[in-house]
Design a protein around this ligand. Structure first.
Ligand code: HAM
Length: 431
């Protein structure tokens, strides 16, 4: 019987004590991508299964082995998104976003679902931040999108993450390359795993990202795509590299990167680290010039990337990167009696309107227990409201660290005066 108080294998909870770490990372991603002109898109968590089969590719591991697919009561086959690119592309097509001008630049935060074997850095439900840009074939766009990813990693304070880039060409170069792969892997038919054998004719490039150790060994000496690029793809790749040089972004060309999804063309890239074990790819992306057409739209060269939030947070931990503590409660009002409770309610509303975190008792504790709670949540100031304070219409606000007390009137000026008091506390604040 399922244990209903245990989470499902391969999923994680983010608890209230940890969520500020996620928000810190997410805020940087939002801010940075905004400076490059990206605006957020939100798409459903499930889509028609066919979208992923066509978009991500029938012969990929994701589609063949990892999708959470089910039939609805209406008999439709739907799938929990295994990634964000296909859904965003579907939305672009459905809403004819190209009419609003090109390029279209979209960012997203999505939860994704893949039925993979869970291990450190590999989950069945995980979270991605991604960018997609539609309607540009310029290598400037390739370099720019890589720059956004690099800027985000820099702002997170991460180092020892290498950028590996490659070009996997267009359908023209791919046809020649696929033949070379068939010739090469054909010589190892008796040693290849079943999945690879079935992919050999249809999509031999998929043999290059097979996870079986023996197939990986064979793949090591396979022909490299970079030797099969057509002149245009070669020139495009050279320009991407030149723009990255202009921006001072360091990279390594790794001709073995092919990515695990079928839609890629030309530039592909990954940001990889060795500090979190085997699942060290924190960001992956590239160009996908044929996807929109594959889904039924006009030719619209596009590109993008996605970074895994769980993996990035693991790297930040491994590298000892400090995330600023979340804001603590500025004011805790302890109350004695019903009238005090009502007064506190009025005062707190105003304090909160000033953008400060403020709390009072909502569980019916006695005064001592209220003060203990104020201590526990790290309240910076406390104030006790009883009959005397109400009668005199003033009370002493106590600095919980220094014990210093400041008398404030309990009238309309309270919230503003209290804000000034807390601002003066902040050593970075100068009048
Ligand atoms: P992807 O390489 O499959 O690409 O995933 C992108 C990132 O998501 C990975 O680099 C990794 O950080 C994270 N990730 C993937 N699978 C897992 C997992 N099982 N557990 C934890 N994290 C994971 C894509 O999804 C493409 N849609 C990226 C893209 C956008 N290409 C163009 N536009």
């Amino acid at each position: 019987m399922a244990l209903i108080t245990k989470k499902i294998k391969g999923t994680e909870d983010v608890l209230p004590k940890q969520s500020y770490r996620w928000q810190f990372v997410e805020n940087i991603m939002r801010e940075e991508s905004k400076t490059y002109g990206f605006k957020e898109i939100r798409t459903p968590v499930f889509e028609h299964t066919e979208l992923f089969a066509r978009g991500v590719g029938q012969t990929t591991d994701v589609v063949q082995k990892e999708m959470y697919t089910f039939d609805t009561k209406g008999g439709e086959s739907v799938t929990l998104r295994p990634e964000g690119t296909a859904g965003a592309a579907r939305a672009v097509l459905e809403h004819s976003l190209e009419n609003e001008g090109l390029p279209i630049k979209a960012s997203y935060f999505v939860s994704c679902y893949r039925y993979e074997k869970p291990q450190a850095g590999r989950l069945r439900e995980f979270h991605q931040f991604g960018l997609e840009e539609y309607g540009t074939q310029s290598p400037v766009a390739d370099a720019e999108i890589i720059c956004v990813a690099q800027s985000i990693l820099d702002r997170l304070g991460l180092d020892k993450i290498r950028l590996e880039i490659n070009s996997i060409g267009c359908p023209e170069c791919r046809a020649k390359y696929n033949q070379a792969l068939r010739d090469y892997f054909g010589g190892f038919r008796d040693r290849l795993c079943g999945t690879c054998l079935s992919r050999l004719e249809k999509n031999p490039m998929r043999l290059l990202d097979c996870k079986s150790p023996e197939d990986r060994e064979i793949a090591k000496d396979a022909p490299k795509i970079t030797d099969y690029l057509c002149d245009e793809c070669e020139a495009h790749f050279a320009e991407v590299k030149a723009y990255l040089d202009c921006a001072g972004v360091k990279y390594e060309v790794n001709p073995t990167i092919v990515r695990g999804l079928d839609y890629y063309t030309k530039t592909v890239f990954e940001f990889v680290t060795d500090c979190i074990g085997a699942q060290g790819t924190v960001c992956g992306g590239g160009r996908y010039d044929g996807l929109i057409e594959e889904l039924g739209g006009k030719h619209m060269p596009s590109l993008g990337f996605a970074m895994g939030l769980e993996r990035l947070l693991m790297v930040m931990d491994a590298q000892g990167i400090e995330i600023p503590d979340p804001d603590a409660c500025s004011l805790y009002i302890a109350t004695m009696g019903d009238e005090a409770k009502r007064k506190a309610f009025t005062l707190l509303r105003r304090v909160r309107e000033c953008g400060l975190i403020a709390e009072t008792d909502v569980v019916g504790r006695g005064l001592r227990a209220q003060m203990k709670y104020a201590d526990k949540i790290g309240a910076k100031y406390s104030l006790v409201l009883g009959d005397n304070e109400i009668a005199e219409n003033k009370a002493k606000v106590k600095n919980m660290k220094t014990g210093e007390q400041t008398e404030l009137a309990l009238d309309d000026s309270f919230a503003e005066r209290f804000s000034v008091l807390t601002l003066a506390d902040d050593s970075s604040f100068e009048i």
